[in-house]
Each structure stands twice: as C-alpha cells, then as structure tokens.
Design a protein around this ligand. Structure first.
Ligand SMILES: [Zn+2]
Length: 479
C-alpha cells in the first residue's frame, strides 16, 4: 500500500487521474506487497554493475541484433513501464536474434527480448504486457529467494545461472542440456523457474504497471493465448514457459483481471508497430521475399520498408531505391524510411547524398539516436570526422555502454588518417567495443597497448590508466 502512495506523491498518478477514478489502494487485488526495506545506494550500484555485467555476457554469448532504431522504439516502452515502479532507469535493452518467444529482465535494469516476441505480437500493447510481467519479477525481487541472498553474491550468481541457461545452444553444461531436453524439473533444481505464486504476482502487478503506463491490460491476456498456441521452435533460449510456467488458470485469471479495469483502446491498425514487426522479421530471417512482395502489391507501407531492408541485406541497392521511391509516395518522413534511404546511398558510395538524406531529420530530432548515428555514419564515410565525433560523444556521454556508439567512434578514428594520437585512439575505442561486447580480457590488453604508445602524453596516459583500473575492477565480478 505504501508503494502506491509514494508513487502518487512522485506525480506518477497522472495516468490514473485521467481514467475513470480507479482506486487501486482500496482493491486488495491491486495492492503491491511490501518487500522489506528499501534498496540503499550501495545496492543500487551493485545492481547496476550486475546489469552491466549481464549486458556484456549476453553480447558475448548470444546472437544480439544491434539496431538503434528498433532498440529505442522498444526501450521507450520499457522505460515508460519502468517509470511506474521505484526501480532505476535501465542499463539497456538488447534484441536477441532468436525465433522463440522469450524475454527477461535482470536487476539493474537490463531487458532482453527475442525477435520471436516482436514477430509474434500483434501490437505494442502485447509486447508491453510481457515487459511489464518481467519488470514485476524484478520489482518484487523474485530473483532472490531471501533478503539474505540479495545482500551478497546470491544475486550475482543468480544472474550467472540465468545467462548460463540462456546459452542453451552451447549445451555443454547441464543447465544447457536440461533446457535442450525441456526439463522443467532441472531448471527448478537450479532455482531458475519462478514459483506459481510468483508468476501470479508478476501477472497481477505487471498488469497494474502496464495499465498505469496507458497500455491495454487485455493485451496481456491476449498474448498469453498467442503464446499458448505457439509451437516450440529451434532456439538459443529456453521457452518462456520453462522459466514462467503458464497454466490455464493464469490465463483465465489474467482475462478476469483485465475485465475489471476500465477499457483502454488499442488502435486496431497500428502502422508503427507493423513497421517494427516486419522489419524485425526481415532482420531475423523470418520473412520471405514472396510474402513481402504480395503485401507490397497491396501498397502496404510496412512491407515496402521491410522489403527495402531485405534488398539492402542482399546488396541490391537499385531494387531498394526503386521501392523507396514507391514508399515515398505514402510517407517519406518516417525515421526508418530516412535511415534506409541513407543506407542505400551509402551502399552506392554516394556519401555526400547520404549526408544530405539524413542531415535535416537528425538535426530536427537531436535526441533520436538512430537518426543521429546514421548521420554520424554518413559523415564518417564523407570524411567529415569532427562533426561525426561531436554527435557520437554526445550520446556516449549520456550512455557509455552503447556498443553501437563505440563501433562508430572506432570507425571514425580508424578512417581519420591524419588525426593526432590516431593509433592510441583506435586502440582506446576498440577496447570499448571489445569490453561492451563481452571480451573483457582483450579490452584490457588493447588499453594497455594504448597506454604504452601514449606514454609521452601524461594526461592521456593517466586517462587510459584510470579506464584500465575500472575495467579490471569490474572484471572481478564473477557470474
Ligand atoms: Zn514470469
């Protein structure tokens, strides 16, 4: 009860006020149970370190799709739901190229989801329902069987078990093998599955979060049915059911609960989600050219953009351009349109045109990472390094974990042959790419090499030394 009042005090009740006065606090079904004393600053730092560690592990061990446009579309939904809780802002969001429907969140605010989840959902509300369920597991600290475990290494080792189990494709460990055999009992033995009560609590509280964030709670019940029907596909990751056992009881409870809430409209045709879903299907190899062509014949804009991205993937830039000209008749200002147009021009080595294609959109929306990274990429290819660096540094200062940003920094330093300290900077940025990509050892080696080359510059070598120390400390976290 206290949590809800506190949330209201922070001004998070605006969504509640807009709806037909639902008093959560008077309904026992919607009370958030107390979970013991608050989390201190040290714990918060520890959680962040764990979130970052898992971020690196996932990059190292799983097929991550790096795509700023998709990441940020989904991250904004995740952040919005997270703001309904007392949890900190997220470390990041990772897209895993896996056809199975699955998602997980870890303490410290890392969220990972499979392409299969986006590919199977019918609207963003259904994705939001899964996110909210995962967030509820974290906010209720279900990953920790006791407060004691949370204080020490328990949390860290749990994150380790989680990642270990995710690597089912490398089924050498027995958890991996258990996942391959679909043995829930073995997972339970490793304390990986949530208990039946925890599942129900995550459904109940998750639905409350998504509703407060303005999403349709019916979508959670809808998506349970989609998942229930979905057949298991070959996967790197364990099925959602293995870690979150779904019972018919849970399904009907979700529907019942959603029916008790005031109706929230989901637009029947959500073009932006359709664009996201077909684009994801192409990136994850789950859409065929035949399928897309049939939809393009019906002038389906989402399919047009998806087919453009498929042509780009195949290196057929003239077919991509032809289709972009068609799509432009419907909408030439969608961010993904601009990104794909820039990619086509870069593919044709028309670097000045590429800069012009993205420049104005990027400048108008300085907070849009996908547009600005594409702009930076075009600038680098067009040898406008200083301008590219300003953009990249702005985003990396806000989020120093951003692998896509470091990759572009590396590309820039490598291309700028006349820059001073070029080889030092190439090594420094490469170290960040290696580090956030999960190869901590190689990252430290790259930095030590940079430090040797930079030994005549006191300030630069001190800066590098500080970063080496940081990496070495964080590397000691064993999961
Ligand atoms: Zn669950």
């Amino acid at each position: 009860m206290k949590k809800i009042l506190l949330a209201c005090g922070l001004g998070l009740c605006s969504t509640l006020a807009q709806t037909q006065s639902v008093d959560f606090s008077s309904s026992p079904q919607f009370s958030v149970p107390e979970i013991g004393s608050g989390v201190g600053l040290l714990d918060q730092q520890k959680e962040r370190a764990i979130g970052e560690k898992v971020y690196r592990e996932v990059h190292r061990q799983l097929p991550v799709t790096e795509n700023p446009w998709m990441e940020d579309r989904l991250l904004s939904v995740f952040t919005h739901i997270l703001s309904q809780t007392q949890l900190n802002q997220p470390v990041g969001l990772l897209l895993i190229n896996d056809p199975q429907i699955n998602a997980f969140a870890v303490p410290g605010g890392l969220f990972a989801l499979n392409a299969g989840l986006i590919n199977s959902a019918r609207n963003m509300d259904e994705v939001a329902g899964v996110m909210a369920h995962e967030i509820a597991h974290v906010s209720q600290r279900h990953y920790s069987r006791s407060q004691e475990a949370f204080k020490g290494q328990g949390l860290l080792s749990l994150a380790g078990i989680l990642v270990g189990a995710l690597v089912a494709s490398q089924a050498d460990g027995d958890v991996g093998a258990a996942v391959m055999m679909g043995s829930q009992a073995a997972l339970m033995d490793k304390q990986l599955t949530y208990s039946r009560n925890q599942e129900r609590e995550a459904d109940r509280i998750g639905m409350q979060y998504m509703y407060r964030a303005g999403y349709n709670p019916q979508s959670m019940a809808d998506f349970f049915e989609v998942m229930h029907r979905s057949t298991s596909r070959v996967s790197f990751l364990p099925d959602f059911w293995l870690t979150h056992p779904l019972t018919t009881e849970r399904m009907s409870e979700a529907r019942l609960r959603a029916n008790q809430l005031p109706q929230v409209k989901t637009s029947l045709v959500d073009q932006d989600f359709e664009i996201l879903r077909w684009y994801s299907r192409v990136l994850s190899g789950q859409a065929t050219e035949l399928q897309l062509n049939a939809m393009v014949a019906q002038k389906n804009y989402a399919a047009e953009l998806a087919l453009v991205s498929l042509h780009i993937k195949q290196g057929d830039f003239s077919a991509a351009q032809k289709l972009l000209n068609e799509a432009a008749k419907q909408n030439a200002s969608h961010a993904l349109f601009t990104i794909l147009q820039t990619d086509v021009l870069l593919g044709q080595n028309k670097t000045a045109d590429a800069v012009n294609a993205v420049k104005s959109s990027a400048i108008i929306m300085p907070e849009n990472r996908a547009l600005n990274y594409k702009y930076a990429e075009a600038l680098i290819r067009n040898k406008e390094y200083a301008q590219a660096q300003l953009i990249l540094q702005r985003f990396l200062q806000a989020n120093p974990r951003d692998l896509s940003g470091w990759r572009l920094m590396l590309q820039m330093a490598d291309a700028d042959k006349d820059a001073s300290f070029r080889s030092v900077n190439v090594l420094r940025y490469r170290a960040e790419v290696e580090y956030w990509g999960g190869d901590e050892e190689r990252a430290i080696k790259s930095l030590l090499q940079a430090q040797r080359i930079a030994k005549d510059s006191k300030s630069l070598s001190a800066k590098i030394k500080q970063r080496v120390d940081e990496m070495q400390n964080e590397r000691k976290l064993k999961i």
